[in-house]
Design a protein around this ligand. Structure first.
Ligand code: PGA
Length: 247
């Protein structure tokens, strides 16, 4: 079986003004460049708010750290006030875009069909889609977690998915920003279930309160191909410490 290089992605969410974003990106770039030969054995990606993409792209230049968006519209251009297109993200230097994050699904009413269209838009622009799936606390307690995740994958992964255009992020909704994490057993079980439903070689990240204390255990699981990190990605040292947990 081919080894899947782990991917550690920072989701900055709606945080940071230009000075903050530039400082955080410079802090990461400095560490990545200094550790070029002995650094973390993983790919690194940061997903800042749209207003910071250009600033962060500049600060990351030459570091090998990739840039991603946090969401996009499905369409290339048009009368969609407030939206950003996949082509605009690519033009700003992005290689990836997070899609179907629970804060979009639950906060903005995005369903699987809409997410699926966005994935197709991302591919049209040459972006890798980081597709988020995950159950709520109520769904897990009702024993529905794997059915919910299976349904999200069935509804939002288009034909044409491949190891080089799709990353799945399993993020239990109840673990996001709460300090709660799924047990290692539950993570391994869910990742194995996801693995059976996506193209061979596609990576599966875990997300939900990943931090420097729990990252080694989570990233040490064979079924975990990386992490999608929210709060702990807003500090260069803590994000770097997480990345270094990739053995
Ligand atoms: P968190 O966020 O690490 O702050 O829980 C993860 C995410 O929402 O992607």
């Amino acid at each position: 079986m081919a080894v899947r290089t782990k991917l550690v992605a920072g989701n900055w969410k709606m945080n940071g003004l230009r000075a903050d974003g530039a400082a955080l990106a410079r802090g990461l770039a400095k560490r990545a460049i200094a550790a070029a030969h002995a650094g973390p054995r993983c790919e690194l990606l940061v997903c800042p708010p749209a207003s910071l993409l250009t600033t962060v792209a500049g600060a990351l230049a030459g570091s090998g750290i990739a840039l991603g968006g946090q969401d996009c519209h499905a369409t290339a251009k048009g009368a969609y006030t407030g939206d950003i297109s996949p082509e605009m993200l690519a033009d700003a230097g992005c290689s990836h875009v997070i899609l179907g994050h629970s804060e979009r699904r639950h906060g903005h009413g995005e369903g699987d069909a809409a997410v699926r269209e966005k994935v197709l838009g991302a591919w049209r622009a040459g972006l890798v889609a980081i597709l988020c799936v995950g159950e709520t606390q109520v769904q897990r307690q009702a024993g529905q977690a794997s059915d919910i995740v299976a349904a999200q994958l069935a509804g939002s992964v288009p034909n044409g998915a491949a190891a080089d255009n799709l990353v799945v992020a399993y993020e239990p909704v109840w673990a996001i920003g709460t300090g709660l994490t799924a047990t290692l057993d539950d993570i391994a079980t869910m990742h194995a279930a996801v693995r059976a439903r996506i193209p061979a070689g596609a990576r599966i990240l875990y997300g939900g309160s990943v931090n420097p204390q729990n990252a080694a255990d989570i990233l040490g699981l064979a079924e975990v191909d990386g992490a999608l990190v929210g709060g702990a990605s807003l500090d260069a040292e803590s994000f770097w410490t997480i990345a270094r947990c990739c053995a």
